[in-house]
Write a protein that binds this ligand. Sequence first.
Ligand SMILES: Nc1ncnc2c1ncn2[C@@H]1O[C@H](COP(=O)(O)OP(=O)(O)O)[C@@H](O)[C@H]1O
Ligand SMILES: [Mg+2]
Length: 361
Amino acid sequence: MNKIIAIANQKGGVGKTTTSINLADALGFLEKKVLLIDLDPQANATSGVGLVPFDIKYSSLGFFDHTFKAENGIVKLESAHFDFTPSNIRLASIEINKSKTIDLFMLKRALSNVIKSYEYILIDCPPSFGLLALNALTACHSVIIPVPCEFFALEGLSKLLTTIKSIKKSSNPYIDIEGLLITMFDSRTNLSSQLQIELTKHFKSMVFNTTIRQNVKLREAPSYGLSIIKYSPYSVGAENYLNLGAELISKNKIVTTNPENGNDLSKILTHNTENVDHLIKRHTTTSTNKKEEDYNHLIGLKRDEVNKVLGFSYNDIHSNTWMYRISTSFSLMKKNYLYLYFENEIIADYKLTTFKINKVQ
Ligand SMILES: Nc1ncnc2c1ncn2[C@@H]1O[C@H](COP(=O)(O)OP(=O)(O)O)[C@@H](O)[C@H]1O
Ligand SMILES: [Mg+2]
């Protein structure tokens, strides 16, 4: 099976590049023929495998200006078990495509000649939904979405899934979700365990069984230009990424032998796309019933009366919107912030919210 997988999330720092390099190497280690493409102008994957982006002559830019040739655009790495197409900052010119010569299918077309040589082609996407990432989503068969264990982890997931849905409707009807991958998991924190429980509860088998733990070796490896398996083969990071490789391979075996066994998200994307948005919305806003139960008694209070009840707010005291963090031991999926709206110096309304703080007001 020849499969193109985009590692995508429009947020930066979630583990896309770390996953790209180390999953590519794990798959190679497990004797799969793998190509990793660095599609991020920041070129972190390129420096992470020990190349110097500034010195690169042939890069993934070649996919977009018709100059790509396997013999110079693909580097055979000695430091890892995969082939590699590097990137550098010149790739950023694609995002400011003033000439309008770049369409969504350029990467797909360019890869059509390459795909037969590889069992897996992984694409390390940039942290945005510009032309580069959209080309990757159009060219790929499936997407791996790294989800880091942090408070705002789910913010943006809805937008990413909506983007995948619209790509499915327009430029890539067969796009599928390979899986949500929990990264930077820290078993000592409640937040990590809660994120894992909640994600698995709602996205079920779409979430990889393998989670990637926080591991300082994963941070160190790129500065030596090595994958984790080469840099520290007995580390937790190496073990996690080898497990992920094995899980990916076995998942794809099941899908090939039995087409009925697709994962849940592919079903949602195919048949029931509205459910995903609905699910996420449900967890990013609070129900009206809860609102009435909890804070109705604040309506009509003056500023100093609110201070007495809730203490000082985060906002300027003269602002007509005050914000409180209402629980210190926060739960990932529950209300955490209370917004109070003043009119004529008394509270006229309020709102409870979790993630969409910047959208309130
Ligand atoms: N599991 C992990 N444990 C510790 N550090 C990690 C882990 N995964 C990623 N990192 C570090 O977090 C930072 C962001 O990761 P990166 O893979 O570059 O994210 P992205 O490509 O999504 O921007 C990097 O410094 C990386 O070394
Ligand atoms: Mg990156």
